[in-house]
Ligand binder design. Sequence first.
Ligand SMILES: [Cu+2]
Length: 148
Amino acid sequence: MSSFIRGVFIVSLGVIAVSVFSADREVVSVQQAWVKLAPPGAAVNAAYMRLQNQSPIAQTIIAVSADCCSQVMMHESRLEGDSVVMDHKERLEIPAQSELVLAPGGLHLMLMGAHKPLTMNDKVSFVVEFADRTQQIIVAPVKLAADE
Ligand SMILES: [Cu+2]
């Protein structure tokens, strides 16, 4: 219960901050954002997207929150022997004038502690916080697979 309350509190703060800062930030454009529909009973969901940085300086994501869930972590999947393991990332860097791809089998956002199970076509609203303290909202639908 306490973690649920903390999650709501953080999201509220995020919304207030975004209304102040959103005009500053058109540096990163986001394409093909989606949240993978999880099997019934799953405790977590994963989100994927392409982040394009048109600016001449690298952009670094230091934290992400979402309205659906008490916590969002930045992860990278990799093979270790026959099993897939996930490394926790403290930050995600989008190189200058380049892009960072979050896709199944690699980098992803891990959504923990959903307030209710996510279902097809739900929209998840993320608040992404960058190292320069600006924030950006990303909205992603829940789907079975990425668009082709
Ligand atoms: Cu993960």
